[in-house]
Structure formats: structure tokens, C-alpha cells
Design a protein around this ligand. Structure first.
Ligand code: NAP
Length: 285
């Protein structure tokens, strides 16, 4: 079994590393070739081109930024679907994209005999490294069963939720909660500050309370240092809230969270972690 991994960003690198560590023969490709170095040093194999990788491998994983990137990787002139030897293979797209694009790529894949699963993940770089992601899949049951042993090396749970688009639909729903939660924590900290309660104490109170979560505990060092290197980039959070709106969510908190992240993005914070929304809101005061 040869696995081809496409997309070596913040998430792709640790996820692909876990497949390598599990003993799979792994071939990697990234648009910016320099980003393959970390994997090649660990024993992954290089390919001349995306088409070459598709030709060699039995299963393909894609983990790239957004709808445009997935469309380019699959349906572009040099993309997966125009490579030779694609028939009968399985592709697993783990990017967060719209359910509409997942269904479109699945349909176009089917035409050339490629089986396709949408299988985005919940959990950031830490869970990606620890292989404790939550994986939400859409597609044929038997394709999911075939992918499951590999998905189990990437996450703590992998759920089959229905036909193509079901995985990306569930992902947009859970990320809606993520976006609202991070916005809510930020507003809580700023409100507490305005009443004279220190951030460290407030974080301790939140952590020990019923609403304390691993997310908030994990972001605490960043908040205290006011330093936001991207684990989950704010630009991706903004994209996910936009996708949720386009998929039909129209609730007061969703609308307001999307506007907030979008304004932070427009103010140059897109490449920081989503928790930088706290700095953005603080600067608005
Ligand atoms: P990232 O660090 O920004 O990496 C993006 C990857 O996509 C890079 O490999 C990039 O290649 C590639 N890419 C972008 N546009 C492309 C194109 N047109 N053609 C080919 N490759 C292209 O992103 P990430 O944080 O790994 O996230 C990847 C996906 O997982 C996103 O959909 C994100 O929403 C989702 N996600 C992220 C997290 C997280 O915490 N980071 C958590 C859950 C889900 P280059 O190196 O050439 O730029």
C-alpha cells in the first residue's frame, strides 16, 4: 500500500508524519517544494510531480487551504483527475471546504473512476501531532472502511456521517462553535479587564468553571504573552464562518462572529492564530 500525501502546511506535516511513523510507504508533494524537506528527512519519498505521485500511489490524501486549492489540486490542468492511472484509486480530502465543493469533486472524481471521501478534521496542530484529531467523513461506506485504518493513525475517532458533503457539513458546524467560543472567551477577558480583573485570574476562573475547555487552557499561554503564532490561522477561521453562512447558517452569533473575524483579517491579522481576535477586539476599545 503506497500513500500519497498532498499539502504540507501546519496540519499536513504532522498528519503525514503519523502515517509514516505507522509504517506506511509515503510519497509527498507540496506546491512549495521546500516544505517537503521535514518529511523527506523522516523517510518519506519525493516525486517529480503531482501526476507522478498519483501514478505511483494507491491512496491519496489532500490537506490544503480552501475550496480554490482543492479545485486546483483535483481539477486543474495538472491536477489529480487528469493524471494517468487514477482509476480505482481512493482519494481522501481532509481540507475544510464547502459541502458543495466536496460533492462537486466527488462527482468529477467518479467520472474518471476515482473514489472520493471528504474527511475534514476537528483539532489543531497539537492534536494533529498527537494523532487525536476528530475526523468527520462523507462518501461511500465501503470507501470509508477502506480508509479507516489510516484515519485511525491520524485521529482518536473517525465517523462516517453519510454521502459526500456530510463530512464537510459536520466540520462547518463544529467550527461555528469554535469561532463563537474564541470570540466569547475574548469578550469575557476584555469585560473582566474593564472591571479590574486580571487576565491570569480570569483564565484560571474560566478553566476551573463549567465552561473551561482544553481549547481555552491550550490558548492561555498565548493570551498571557499576547503572542499568537498560528496553530489555526485566523484567515482559515474567517473562511470557515463564511462557508457556514454560504451553507445556510443565519444565526445572530454566527453573523456577529463572522463580521468580527473578517474585520480582524482586513486589519492584517489573517496569518496569526485565531486567538488574535482578542488583540483585535482589545485594539477596538
Ligand atoms: P496552511 O498551513 O495554510 O497550509 C496550506 C496548504 O495548502 C499548504 O501546503 C499550501 O501549499 C497548500 N495550498 C494552498 N493553496 C494551494 C493551491 N492553490 N495549490 C496547491 N496547494 C495549495 O493550512 P493548514 O493550517 O495546514 O490547514 C489546512 C486545512 O485544514 C485548511 O482547510 C484548514 O481550514 C483546515 N484545518 C486547519 C486546522 C489548524 O488548526 N491549522 C485545524 C483543522 C482544520 P504551499 O506550501 O505551497 O503554500
Amino acid at each position: 500500500m503506497k500513500i500519497g500525501w498532498i499539502g504540507l502546511g501546519n496540519m499536513g506535516v504532522p498528519m503525514a508524519s503519523n502515517l509514516l511513523q505507522a509504517g506506511y510507504e509515503l510519497y509527498v508533494w507540496n506546491r512549495t517544494p521546500e516544505r517537503t524537506v521535514a518529511l523527506l528527512e523522516k523517510g518519506a519519498k519525493n516525486t517529480d510531480s503531482l501526476a507522478h505521485l498519483v501514478e505511483i500511489c494507491d491512496v491519496l490524501f489532500t490537506m490544503v487551504s480552501d475550496d480554490a486549492a482543492v479545485k486546483e489540486i483535483y481539477t486543474g490542468s495538472q491536477g489529480i483527475l487528469s493524471a494517468s492511472g487514477v482509476q480505482g484509486k481512493l482519494a481522501v480530502d481532509m481540507s475544510t471546504i464547502s459541502p458543495e465543493t466536496s460533492r462537486l469533486i466527488a462527482e468529477q472524481s467518479k467520472r474518471v473512476g476515482l473514489r472520493f471521501l471528504d474527511a475534514p478534521v476537528s483539532g489543531s496542530v497539537g492534536p494533529a501531532k498527537e494523532a487525536t484529531l476528530v475526523i468527520m467523513a462523507g462518501g461511500e461506506q465501503q470507501d470509508f472502511e477502506e480508509a479507516k485504518p489510516m484515519l485511525d493513525k491520524l485521529g482518536k475517532i473517525a465517523l462516517h456521517l453519510g454521502p459526500n458533503g456530510a463530512g464537510t457539513s459536520a466540520k462547518l458546524a463544529i467550527n461555528l462553535l469554535l469561532g463563537i467560543t474564541v470570540q466569547g472567551v475574548s469578550e469575557t477577558i476584555l469585560f473582566a479587564r474593564s472591571l479590574g480583573i486580571g487576565t491570569e485570574q480570569m483564565l484560571q476562573i474560566i478553566s476551573e468553571s463549567a465552561v473551561g475547555t482544553p481549547l481555552i487552557r491550550g490558548k492561555a499561554p498565548s493570551i498571557l504573552a499576547d503572542d499568537y503564532p498560528a496553530a489555526f490561522a485566523l484567515k482559515h477561521m474567517t473562511k470557515d464562518l463564511r462557508l457556514a453562512r454560504e451553507a445556510g447558517v443565519a444565526t445572530p452569533l454566527a453573523e456577529s462572529a463572522e463580521a468580527s473575524y473578517r474585520h480582524a483579517l482586513e486589519n492584517g491579522m489573517g496569518d496569526l492564530d485565531l486567538m488574535a481576535i482578542l488583540r483585535y477586539l482589545s485594539n477596538q476599545k
